[in-house]
Design a protein around this ligand. Structure first.
Ligand SMILES: C[S@@+](CC[C@H](N)C(=O)[O-])C[C@H]1O[C@@H](n2cnc3c(N)ncnc32)[C@H](O)[C@@H]1O
Length: 283
């Protein structure tokens, strides 16, 4: 939904835009292409991704400024560029194709072996290995249930605790596979890996910070576009935009969330659960 999200930003050629999930620079490039004297401030918490984004957007380098930052640091990022407000903010939540499928050393995927890491900011915080090896069984079960929406969380947590220490992605995937049989299309470890990734990176807390800070960073008439992949995330975005609307601070631009076309989901199956919502600051 790259095209739809950029269309909803209604880019002005001289505007200042904040892409808070630069990833591989796909959206950043789409915005930069539409600018003349304007600027894209592109941030991501993942330093390795930022290097790729920089290389992928080299053609428009003079219109882009990259920053390594989490959502909670966005006001400092735009202040560092000399701005207080921006014309638009785009967030494309979750992990990138690079993190998931091209970087086994980052430990996000159960399809290739790698260290059980999963940190988006590689230099700080607890890894997924720390989490599975040192957290109480009940707390592991709760987080897999709550964030992975996995009904078999207790069984999986029990198997994890029995198999400790677990250090690699394939070891963890095997432990889950032995604990719960394959039922549908999904690999049994899918939800467990997602829940651990969300916990390691405090994704729910980060989204709360984005929804708290983001609207205040927009100029009047500025637009905020959020693409989410989990129903819990979409619910939060919907509720926050609704509250801004009730307080007469924003106009909701997407009465219903936009979802990818059949063609897009065929070309990029993980996009099937994406939902896009947009709002415009009113006053
Ligand atoms: C789906 S990818 C973005 C892909 C990007 N839009 C593109 O076109 O290539 C999500 C990116 O958001 C980053 N990210 C996720 N949570 C973040 C947070 N709380 N703060 C900063 N970056 C975050 C990830 O590191 C990842 O690179």
């Amino acid at each position: 939904m790259a095209v739809e999200s950029v269309a909803l930003l209604e880019i002005r050629a001289e505007g200042v835009y904040l892409d808070v999930t630069a990833g591989l620079g796909g959206h950043t490039a789409l915005i930069a292409q539409r600018l003349t004297t304007g600027l894209v401030i592109a941030s991501d918490r993942d330093a390795e991704s930022l290097e790729l984004a920089r290389a992928n957007t080299a053609e428009w380098a003079e219109r882009i400024r990259f920053h390594q930052a989490t959502f909670g640091q966005l006001d400092a990022v735009i202040a560092a560029e000399g701005f207080q407000k921006v014309d638009g903010l785009l967030a494309d939540l979750g992990v990138s194709r690079f993190q998931l499928t091209e970087a086994p050393h980052r430990g996000f995927s159960f399809l290739t072996d790698g260290p059980l890491d999963m940190r988006m900011t590689q230099t700080t915080g607890m890894t997924a290995a720390d989490l599975v090896n040192y957290t109480a069984e009940k707390a592991i079960a709760d987080l897999i249930y709550q964030w992975g929406e996995e009904r078999r969380a207790r069984k999986i947590a029990r198997a994890i605790v029995r198999a400790r220490p677990i250090r690699s992605t394939l070891h963890l995937a095997d432990v889950v596979l032995r604990a719960v049989p394959r039922t549908g299309r999904l690999h049994p470890a899918t939800k467990t890996f997602m829940a651990l990734r969300m916990a390691v990176n405090d994704e729910p807390g980060e989204l709360d910070r984005l929804l708290d800070i983001g609207p205040g960073l927009l100029k009047v008439g500025g637009r905020m576009v959020v693409i989410s992949f989990m129903s819990g995330e979409d619910r939060k975005v919907k509720e926050r935009f609704k509250a801004l609307g009730r307080d007469d601070l924003a106009v909701i631009l997407t009465k219903h969330p936009l979802q990818p076309s059949e063609q897009e989901t065929r070309q990029n199956p993980p996009s099937r659960s994406a939902k896009l919502r947009a709002a415009m600051r009113k006053q």
